[in-house]
Design a protein around this ligand. Structure first.
Ligand code: T4K
Length: 370
């Protein structure tokens, strides 16, 4: 098999037709209103609420600030139960709020937090649970909510990967006290950078709004120690454009994901996440676990790389093995997460990925190993 001339990366940003975006820029020039909750910002928020089936939403400059400020808005103290099988952002947002992460292992089925293990980690210091709908796999939201209710804990979902997903026809952001969505360029849907927080409690609206604007209440009153987390008009314009095309993008991704599935499912030593019929998926990622396959994960990674196909080891290493948290946690305490992080590879998936590349990736996987 020949090496590809142009690299294939794990993802590639979806972009609207250029004219559509350029058309959106004219009113920004006319008004000279570039940021600080402009017209597009407000319009984007309204359209997103409808699309995501959410009653309340606040926009942010990126997903990380959205999560960090959402946690700040909850005014928590103590320990937070969370997953180590995630992107750095989830744990950093907890730690940067002065809270202590307590890592709970993941389940071996869809790699979300193992809800059966949460309760044994609860202490009198526990204040919240921060689960992650990793790869767009929806956590066991009902079980998590029951635990939270029993112990009076807040539930803050990192829903960075679940844009547009539904569970039983309800927007996934309707679960928990708050949910954070990421609109980063690498996501199914993006506003270049961007993020949002869905929330239930009415008084969070004002707090979130103020926290992303330095905590300012009015021109003479600063009520909170906030940050600058505002989404600008260029981001909102990109989001508005992309929203028109996102259904089509997801449909294209679904076809490609199904192709991967039809090629890889049933091969001994290869595991794909099973799909829950209650969930409407967005096909954000294509994670594959090599567990007892004739070639190891790193060998597959290398074989693909040699052909100019660049997969990613999302999410290796687990957060509890990070250099910056050295000595604070023991990866052995979350053995499933530790093992999966060493076996998983996320394959290229984006709306305009040629199906021939999907086949090439699968051919290489099949041909690698003795
Ligand atoms: N929580 C979770 C669970 C998350 O996964 C993330 C972000 C967050 C919270 C925080 O949300 P944000 O603050 O980011 O909104 C990427 C993304 O930067 C990050 O958003 C994402 N998760 C994470 C899983 O992936 P990297 O370091 O892998 O990105 P990078 O630059 O290596 O890009 C990956 C590939 O994407 C490239 O090989 C090509 C493609 N790409 C990249 C960029 C920047 C494009 O096609 N266009 C682009 O503009 O983190």
């Amino acid at each position: 098999m020949e090496k590809l001339d142009a690299p294939v990366l794990v993802t590639r940003s979806s972009l609207p037709p250029l004219e559509e975006y350029v058309d959106m820029l004219k009113p920004i020039w006319d008004s000279a209103w570039l940021t600080n909750m402009g017209v597009y910002h407000e319009e984007f928020k309204e359209q997103l609420k409808r699309y995501l089936k959410l009653p309340s939403l606040e926009l942010f400059v990126n997903g990380h600030m959205a999560l960090e400020l959402a946690i700040q808005a909850m005014e928590l103290k103590g320990e937070v139960i969370t997953t180590p099988f995630t992107f750095a952002s989830t744990t950093h947002a907890i730690v940067r709020n002065g809270l202590t992460p307590v890592f709970c292992d993941i389940n071996d089925r869809d790699y979300t937090i193992d809800a059966d293990l949460i309760e044994r980690l609860i202490t009198d210091k526990t204040c919240a649970i921060v689960p992650v709908h990793v790869y767009g796999n929806v956590c066991d939201v009902e079980k998590i909510q029951k635990i939270a209710d029993r112990h009076h804990l807040k539930v803050i979902y990192d829903a960075a990967h679940t844009f547009g997903e539904e569970l039983d026809g309800r927007g996934v952001g309707q679960w928990g006290d708050v949910s954070m969505f990421s609109f980063h360029a690498t996501k199914v849907f993006h506003s270049i950078e961007g993020g949002a927080v869905a929330f239930k409690e009415k008084n969070l609206k004002r707090r979130l709004y103020q926290l992303k604007n330095f905590g300012i209440m009015d021109s003479e009153t600063v009520e909170y120690v906030g940050a600058n987390g505002k989404m600008n008009e260029f981001q909102a314009a990109m989001g508005l454009c992309n929203l028109r095309h996102v259904d089509e993008a997801i449909a294209k991704r679904k076809k490609l994901a199904m192709r991967y599935r039809s090629r890889l499912e049933g091969i001994q030593g290869i595991r794909l996440c099973s799909e829950d019929p209650r969930v409407k998926y967005n096909y954000a990622y294509m994670p594959v676990v090599f567990d007892g396959y004739k070639a190891g994960r790193d060998e597959i990674f290398q074989a693909l790389k040699e052909k100019n196909i660049h997969t990613r080891k999302y999410f290796y290493p687990c957060v509890n093995s990070y250099e910056c948290y050295k000595g604070d946690f023991r990866p052995e305490d979350t053995p499933v997460a530790d093992r999966i992080s060493k076996q998983v590879l996320t394959l290229p998936l984006y709306e305009d990925l040629p199906v021939e590349i999907v086949d090439m990736v699968c051919d290489i996987i099949e041909e690698t190993g003795c």
